[in-house]
Design a protein around this ligand. Structure first.
Ligand SMILES: C[S@@+](CC[C@H](N)C(=O)[O-])C[C@H]1O[C@@H](n2cnc3c(N)ncnc32)[C@H](O)[C@@H]1O
Ligand SMILES: [Zn+2]
Length: 282
């Protein structure tokens, strides 16, 4: 990770700015953090245990599934929205922060869409952080817990992304520059509906829309919303990867899952339906 990316980060212990020297990021009070050999920076306080985020297997499945292009309509919509507002360039640059970035699939698309963008990928999973560290040299990858203080300076981001990921409204509002935009992707009831019952997947919460509004209300104003839909044609391998990359993977027996997938048509037509909403600081 480059020194200019480390310069937007703050120390998780004291909140002072971090600076990179060699392969160590440190604050003026000498709290220091070594870059992992895979290129990411771990800024999770050592007291944080028990929050692991996505496992190696889930991140591996996510990489394969997203690489198949099935969620391209979501990525394209996020990229389109990211370039649809005038932006807030500072010295010709724009910092994009993704919270719960997984493999960095969406962030890489947005950073690559326009010259002058850089990105910070935040995820609590080390396996996710390893992937995101390699996805684009303009992206710095950081391990942190999105439910605690984000390790970024106040008003440092001109754009923030949150795609199927935890939302800490207070911290996202602190990090987003006034006039910047937050793009949020949430699944609709219809999303993957053909698979949910048959495969025993975790259902989309019926209250999801209300919960989204509640979680951001007061700190953010919604300035746009669009539904992104498509009919995906998924073969057995793609369906398996799709299941294995979700939290459902944790409570499904693999043999049982394979048996249930075997009775689905080949390929199965599966609905993609998400809402992409755009927010700015209230
Ligand atoms: C459903 S995945 C979405 C990943 C990515 N945005 C995508 O759509 O490909 C949710 C991500 O949030 C991360 N995550 C879960 N809890 C977190 C937390 N407390 N802090 C930061 N990241 C977290 C997981 O490790 C996982 O990578
Ligand atoms: Zn410090």
């Amino acid at each position: 990770m480059d020194a200019d990316l480390v310069a937007v980060l703050r120390c998780p212990v004291c909140g002072d700015a971090l600076a990179l020297s060699g392969r160590t990021a440190s604050c003026p009070r000498r709290h220091s953090y070594d870059l992992a050999k895979q290129g990411y920076l771990n800024l999770l306080p050592s007291a944080s245990t028990g929050i692991d985020g996505d496992s190696a297997a889930m991140i591996g499945a996510r990489t394969v599934f997203l690489g198949g292009g099935h969620y391209t309509p979501i990525r394209d919509a996020v990229i389109r929205q990211s370039t649809a507002y005038d932006g807030l360039r500072v010295a010709g640059e724009e910092l994009v922060v993704e919270v719960g970035s997984g493999t960095g699939y969406y962030l890489a698309g947005v950073v690559g869409a326009t010259a002058g963008r850089r990105g910070i990928a935040l995820d609590v999973s080390r396996y996710a952080a390893r992937r995101a560290a390699k996805v684009d040299p303009r992206i710095g990858s950081v391990v942190c817990d999105a439910w605690r203080e984000l390790p970024l300076l106040d008003s440092s981001a001109q754009l923030m992304l949150n795609v199927f990921a935890p939302r800490n409204a207070a911290e996202m509002a602190r990090v987003l520059a006034p006039g910047g935009r937050l793009l949020v992707v949430t699944p609709n009831q219809e999303h993957l509906a053909e698979l949910v019952g048959v495969l025993g997947l975790v259902k989309v919460d019926e209250e999801k829309e209300r919960r989204l509004q509640d979680s951001l209300a007061g700190r953010f104003d919604q300035v746009g919303s669009e539904i992104v839909e498509s009919a995906m044609r998924l073969d057995r391998t793609a369906i398996e990867q799709l299941v294995l990359m979700t939290p459902s993977a944790r409570h499904l027996n693999h043999r049982e899952l394979a048996a249930r997938i075997a009775v689905l048509p080949q390929p199965a037509v599966v609905t993609l339906s998400v809402t992409l909403s755009t927010w700015r600081i209230a």
